[in-house]
Write a protein that binds this ligand. Structure first.
Ligand code: CA
Length: 271
């Protein structure tokens, strides 16, 4: 049995805090619950969780501020929970680095499914190797291999980012899929999990146009041809993630170097 996943819950409402804690524990997480933004941020620093849920309305500082502080040192999956979901708040949350934004009136099954989908696309190998959420998450083949390797065997030496061939390359932008690294002319990019996943998907698809719904399904880990329902809220979220990605790349939507918008259709790489 692998190491358990770690989650931090930041929530000032006692009932919601204990129900979130219970739900995450049932999903296999060791949970550290805190009732203020300050304590929550410190708990994230101390416990290095895989998943953090943050209440938007906290007593000391708001959830967006908590998110910003956490993002300065952690690449955990961050989920904002809002009592009264609001478009402008959602945009702020994604801009500050949230991976998901949910109403507090979430269905437990939906939250579990979303966390499972996020964990299926780990940003770093250690998250997958932690073997958390057994039964919920299938480890990618690479992580399974490393788990099955007897410990006496030497580890494969870490890839040198400066010399290893990238899996995808386009006009100086390179992506290593396995190592989950991206760089522009060799200068590493600091991307959130979601931004990296979007970039990877666009690089994989090249000049083929992908709709916002395709991008949403990719992030959910759904094959895009199943036609599963995609809400407007999710499409809006993908737009925000994409504009964050562009900002990190220093790419302009009007004169794109890498990511082109095909009006009314979706996105693709530049020629
Ligand atoms: Ca609250």
């Amino acid at each position: 049995m692998g190491k358990r996943g770690v989650a931090v819950v930041i929530e000032d409402d006692d009932d919601i805090r204990s129900s979130l804690t219970g739900l995450l524990q049932q999903s296999g997480f060791a949970v550290h619950a805190r009732s203020s933004g300050f304590e929550g941020v410190e708990a994230v620093r101390k416990h290095e969780p895989d998943v953090v849920t943050v209440d938007l309305g906290l007593a000391d500082f708001d959830g967006i501020e908590a998110l910003r502080r956490i993002r300065t040192f952690s690449d955990a999956y961050l989920i904002i929970l809002a009592a009264r979901p609001d478009e402008a708040d959602a945009v702020l949350a994604f801009t500050a680095g949230a991976d998901d934004y949910l109403p507090k009136a979430f269905r437990p099954r939906e939250l579990r499914a979303r966390i499972a989908a996020m964990l299926r696309r780990p940003r770093t190998a250690h998250v997958a190797a932690a073997g958390l959420l057994t039964g919920l998450v299938e480890l990618p083949p690479a992580a399974q291999r490393s788990r099955d390797t007897p410990s006496s065997e030497p580890e494969t030496p870490a890839e040198d980012p400066t010399t290893a061939d990238p899996d995808f390359s386009h006009r100086g932008l390179t992506v290593h899929e396995g190592g989950r690294r991206a760089a522009v002319h060799g200068v590493p990019l600091d991307l959130t999990r979601t931004e990296f996943d979007l970039l990877l998907y666009l690089m994989k698809n090249g000049r083929a146009v992908r709709t916002k719904a395709d991008l949403v399904r990719w992030l959910r880990n759904d094959p895009y041809n199943t036609g599963s329902f995609v809400s407007e809220r999710e499409e809006r979220a993908v737009e925000v993630h994409l504009s964050n990605l562009r900002r990190r790349l220093g790419d302009s939507p009007r004169k794109p170097r890498w990511v082109e918008t095909v009006r009314g259709l979706g996105y693709r790489l530049t020629p």
